[in-house]
Ligand binder design. Structure first.
Ligand code: CP
Ligand code: NVA
Length: 305
């Protein structure tokens, strides 16, 4: 039984295996084939924050695989009505896997410690591994290969950026991140990346042009994530020179695509001319959340069979 709380939990080989399963299941899906590989299996979605993509793609993935899912919102009282330990021990007896979205990564780790079924991180304050899996799968789909490509991330070094850095390190993609000093990775995370992923090629800069130079993909995310709404005003000022617009895109590879986890704020982190323009791959990327998560579920449930 395995948990996927961050991409540090998966080896490069395992990610490649998940991508192979994803590719197979996506091809079949496009041919109208939904293989009921896991009848009777149940996935719980324990969500403390809003979601469209993560929730709907996981629920659909589980239905496509012949299983079912149940959504557990705040009313289940995780950590309020009862402790994470009691909650995890009980829930783990009912379901086969749990996708969790929480404000607190530490709270998810506590749940995982006590839960006897797999926990998948569906976004925490510090990590969004399923997003990064779908993103790198999308890049691979567009280029046929990943090795040696550069992914440039312009914006807040948030949960999405942290997971992208790990995914890049595992899959031999150069990761360049441009952010104001105050919003870059903290030194602990930087040390963890260096220690766990000695081969990661990472460029950290305050200059967006330097980051996107020659990049195969230019990525951004909102400047204020869920839970940071009160900081929105100050962040708009701090990030004003970090918008991904047509001028910045000119410094990337001419075939570069634009990626964004969504939801997006047009006119802030990205100009409409880019996100709605010909280089934008956001629809393919969001669509791949379904396929990559189905690949992850099939791999996880398959290892439990
Ligand atoms: N990108 C992403 O995780 O979207 P949701 O918040 O809608 O799940
Ligand atoms: N960084 C964003 C990602 C949303 C999918 C957030 O945490 O709100």
């Amino acid at each position: 039984m395995r948990h996927v709380l961050t991409l540090f939990d998966l080896t490069s080989k395992e990610i490649e295996r998940i991508f192979a399963i994803t590719e197979d299941l996506k091809t079949k899906f496009q041919q109208g084939i939904r293989e009921p590989l896991f009848p009777g299996r149940v996935l719980a979605l324990l969500f403390e924050k809003q979601s469209l993509r993560t929730r709907v793609s996981f629920e659909t993935a589980m239905a496509n695989l012949g299983g079912s899912s149940l959504f557990l919102g705040k009313d289940v009282g995780w950590g309020e009505r009862e402790s994470s330990a009691d909650f995890g021990q009980v829930l783990g007896q009912y379901v086969d896997a749990v996708v969790v979205r929480s404000n607190s990564h530490a709270k998810v780790e506590e749940l995982a410690k006590h839960c006897t079924c797999s926990i998948i991180n569906g976004l925490t304050d510090t990590s969004h591994p399923c997003q990064a899996l779908a993103d790198l799968y999308t890049l691979r789909e567009r280029h046929g290969t990943l090795a040696g490509l550069r992914l440039a991330y312009v914006g807040d070094a948030n949960n999405v950026a942290r997971s992208l850095a790990v995914a890049c390190g595992k899959l031999d993609v150069e990761f360049a991140i441009a952010a104001p000093k105050r919003y870059q990775f903290d030194s602990n995370y930087r040390s963890k990346l260096k220690k766990e992923l000695p081969k990661l090629k990472m460029i950290e800069t305050t200059d967006p042009v330097e980051a996107v130079k020659g990049a195969a993909a230019v990525y951004t995310d909102v400047w204020a994530s869920m839970g940071q709404e009160a900081e929105h005003k100050e962040r708009v000022i701090a990030f004003k020179d970090y918008q991904v617009n047509a001028t910045l895109m000119k410094h990337a590879d001419p075939d570069a695509c634009f990626l964004h986890c969504l939801p997006a704020r047009r006119g802030e982190e990205v100009a409409a001319e880019v996100i709605d323009g010909p280089q934008s791959a956001i629809v393919q990327e969001a669509g791949n959340r379904l396929h990559a998560q189905k690949g992850l579920l099939a791999w996880l449930l398959g290892t439990q069979a």
